[in-house]
Ligand binder design. Structure first.
Ligand code: PAF
Length: 290
């Protein structure tokens, strides 16, 4: 298989040269930014990208700027050859795997910082994380200038940050959110699931169960604050080592909705810790009918 891998470029210069060739032939371009360690969730993004554009580029870059002190930057799985094989099999056209020096050359001094949607939730738990995400995604969107860029809804707050920066910086890419890919037991697919031992893996799906029950409670007409409180108690009783947050938020603004039954689509978002793994997940809840 390795003889037939998709082309891999490591520099902005080569990336742009390849993309210009395609554009001159009239092709549209989709970008799927990733940090590698690709799983079926990423492959679902590539499939969606192939429907959206003629050519698909996946970037693979473990971005040091979005990891805080004491987080898992060094441990983060790096599986470049396996990633290239999976991308090839999925029909991706190009892998862009820049080095850290290519992305952040000596003297690099710019940070993209998105206020509002980046605050609270994961932003409160991981100071500086969304600045790192916003900076690298801005660079990727400028480097590739794709027609569309695809991001998974598992990182729902990240998606909101990226939508905001794209509007604020007049970037032309259309941002598309892709549904969360899940294991048969409901656990959202994530590269970090590789950290779970067998016992933790058995407990992990409880996160999605609690979120799904919470969404049902809201759609059945439950009031936001009591439903939230019951969901936090359910998570606390579910064997997680720590519950970072469980929040009901407006699906567009990520602001807390007023108490009472919901009147528009909300998102129930949570983050928990299981051993050394931090799991995040979210589900949509629709307002009661009638
Ligand atoms: O979601 C991710 O994998 C990363 O945060 C992203 C968007 C590729 C930026 O490094």
């Amino acid at each position: 298989m390795s003889g037939n891998l998709l082309p891999i470029v490591q520099s902005v210069l080569r990336l742009r040269a390849q993309l210009s060739t395609w554009r001159e032939r009239g092709a549209t371009i989709a970008l799927v930014p990733t940090m590698g360690a690709l799983h079926d969730g990423h492959i679902s993004l590539i499939r969606l990208a192939k429907v959206q554009a003629d050519r698909v580029v996946a970037s693979v870059f473990v971005n040091p700027r979005q990891f805080g002190v004491g987080e898992d930057f060094d441990a983060y799985p790096r599986t470049e050859l396996a990633d290239a094989q999976r991308l090839t099999e999925a029909g991706c056209d190009l892998m862009y795997a820049p080095t850290a020096a290519e992305m952040y050359p000596d003297g690099f001094s710019t940070t993209v910082s998105v206020r509002g949607v980046s605050e609270g939730l994961c932003g409160a738990e991981r100071p500086g994380h969304f600045d790192g995400v916003a900076t690298v995604v801005s660079k990727l969107l400028i480097q590739a200038a794709p027609d569309v860029a695809i991001f998974g809804e598992k990182d729902y707050q990240q998606l909101a940050v990226i939508r905001r920066l794209t509007r604020d910086l007049d970037l032309s890419a259309k941002i598309i959110g892709a549904p969360i890919a899940r294991a048969p037991d409901g656990l959202a697919l994530s590269s970090r699931n590789a950290y779970l031992d067998a016992n933790e893996r058995a407990r992990a799906p409880r996160l999605h169960q609690v979120l799904a029950e919470t969404a049902l409670g809201l759609t059945a007409g439950g009031s936001v604050r009591p439903v939230e409180q019951a969901a936090r108690a359910a998570l606390a009783a579910s064997g997680f080592d720590q519950v970072d947050y469980l929040e009901v938020r407006n699906a567009d603004t990520l602001q807390p909705p007023p108490d009472g039954p919901i009147t528009r689509t909300v998102r129930v978002l949570a983050a928990v810790r299981l051993g050394r793994t931090r799991l995040i997940d979210n589900v949509a809840a629709e307002p009661p009918r009638g």
